[in-house]
Design a protein around this ligand. Sequence first.
Ligand SMILES: NC(=O)c1ccc[n+]([C@@H]2O[C@H](COP(=O)([O-])OP(=O)(O)OC[C@H]3O[C@@H](n4cnc5c(N)ncnc54)[C@H](OP(=O)(O)O)[C@@H]3O)[C@@H](O)[C@H]2O)c1
Length: 179
Amino acid sequence: MVTGHVFIATSLDGFISTADGGIEWLIRRDDPNEDHGYNDFIKDIDGLIMGRGTYEKAISFESWQYTIPVLVMSRTLKSKDIPISLKDKIQIVDYSPIDLMRSLDAKGWRKVYVDGGQVIQSFLRDNLIADMVITTAPVLLGAGRSLFGALSSETSLTHIKTTTFPSGLVQSKYRVGGK
Ligand SMILES: NC(=O)c1ccc[n+]([C@@H]2O[C@H](COP(=O)([O-])OP(=O)(O)OC[C@H]3O[C@@H](n4cnc5c(N)ncnc54)[C@H](OP(=O)(O)O)[C@@H]3O)[C@@H](O)[C@H]2O)c1
C-alpha cells in the first residue's frame, strides 16, 4: 500500500501557522544556507496531498512552488476554482483519506507527502502515515493552527534521529509505530 510521509515545521508550542494562516515566523527563521533536507525528502515522493488550508496559503505566494503532482483535499472547492495556469498541476479531491490512498495505490504511487494540520491529523487517525520529519522553530506562538489533535488511541512513535541547526531549528524524524 502507498505510504504517507510528513515533512513539516512547527512552533515549539505545536502550531504550524498563526490563526489566520500566517507563517512569517517560520520564513524569518529559515536560513537559506542551512540544508533542512527537503530536497532529499521530496526526491522519491510521487505526489503531495494537502488540505484546502495549505492550498490557500500556497496559492498566495508569487509562484507555485511544487514540481510534483498536488492533490487538494476539499469538500468545498471545485475544479473551476483552480487558476487556469495551475490546472495541470493540481487536482481537487473529495475522498476519505483511505479511499484516496487506495486510488493512488491503484495508480502505482508508492510514497505521498501529506501536508496541512487537519489533513495530517486525519491521516494519523486512519493509520496512513509511515513517518514524520518535524522541524521545531524556537518560538512560542501562543495560539494558531495545531499540528496535532485528538486521536482515538495512543499512537507510539519510534525516534529515528534529531539534527540541530545553528539557526536554532531542531529537526526530528519519527517512524509511526513502536512500543
Ligand atoms: N509550518 C509548516 O510547515 C506548514 C506546512 C503546511 C501548512 N502550513 C500552514 O497550515 C495552515 C493550514 O493547515 P490547517 O490545519 O488549517 O488546514 P489543512 O489541513 O491544510 O486543510 C484543512 C481543510 O482540508 C479539507 N479537508 C478535506 N478532507 C479532509 C480530511 N479528511 N481531513 C481534514 N481536512 C480535510 C477541509 O477543507 P474544506 O472545508 O474545503 O472541505 C479542511 O478545512 C496554513 O496556514 C498553512 O500555511 C504550515
